[in-house]
Design a protein around this ligand. Structure first.
Ligand SMILES: [Zn+2]
Length: 245
């Protein structure tokens, strides 16, 4: 709670305050961040109460750069991580997985679950690129971190191969009770802030593949029939403050 209080207390009454080189707050930022978290936990509730099979949360700020107690890369709170932990605490699931295909590595999600065997974090991302983390060798204390970095200029083939060969098998094997997608679309070929060349069809393909695993896992044991995929959208930031996220 200390970190939440810290962020709240940092809220300026007017103008902007800079928390780090990239992450600023305006008078409305704290409430916006709380509402983003609220959207995430509401989506979890909707899925587990069976009002929805899947949920798509269009929120901003996104979250995957924020660490346990550190704002970073436009992010105040890691919405995807909070959603995973909320599902565990509120709905009693054992395991969750976060799949992150944003072009940037989710250093925050990785840091939060580095030493937690109950949450798998998988990421494809351009490397080198901000924030600099996400090497293949970063696997967490319990080998539940799966990084599949891509090179600048990579496109559909490399992206799909990374999922087919590295991410999807691990996800399938882990068989989580909930899958959350950190769905940043900044790996798109027309995104000016990075250098991957994905097309709309790639995002559709990967989402379908992840949902197939969610469906398969749900069929493995009936007591896990509430297993579902929650789709997470990271809206692209309009303008970078200093460097791309
Ligand atoms: Zn990004």
């Amino acid at each position: 709670m200390d970190y939440v209080t810290e962020v709240r207390d940092a809220t300026p009454s007017e103008g902007m305050v800079r928390l780090d080189a990239d992450t600023s707050m305006s008078p409305g930022s704290f409430e916006a961040a709380l509402r983003a978290v609220g959207g995430a936990v509401l989506a979890v509730d909707e899925v587990f109460s069976k009002k929805a099979t899947n949920a798509f949360v269009a929120t901003r700020p996104p979250g995957h750069h924020a660490e346990t107690a550190r704002p970073m890369g436009f992010c105040l709170f890691d919405n995807a991580a909070i959603a995973a932990r909320y599902a565990q605490k509120r709905h009693g699931i054992t395991s969750a997985a976060i799949v992150d295909f944003d072009v940037h590595h989710g250093n925050g999600s990785q840091e939060i679950f580095w030493a937690d065997r109950s949450v798998m974090y998988c990421s494809t991302h351009q490397m080198p690129l901000f924030p600099g983390t996400g090497a293949v060798g970063e696997t967490g204390d319990f080998n539940t971190i799966v990084n599949a970095p891509l090179r600048p200029g990579d496109g559909s083939d490399a992206f799909r191969a990374a999922f087919e060969n590295r991410v999807l098998p691990r996800l399938h094997e882990f068989a989580p009770d909930l899958i959350i997608i950190s769905a940043g679309f900044d790996a798109h070929m027309r995104d000016p802030l990075a250098n991957l060349n994905l097309a709309e069809a790639d995002f559709g393909w990967v989402t379908q593949k992840i949902m197939e695993i969610a469906d398969h896992c749900a069929g493995v044991a009936s007591f896990r029939s509430w297993k579902a995929a929650m789709i997470w959208k990271r809206l692209r930031i309009q303008r970078p403050l200093t460097s791309p996220r």
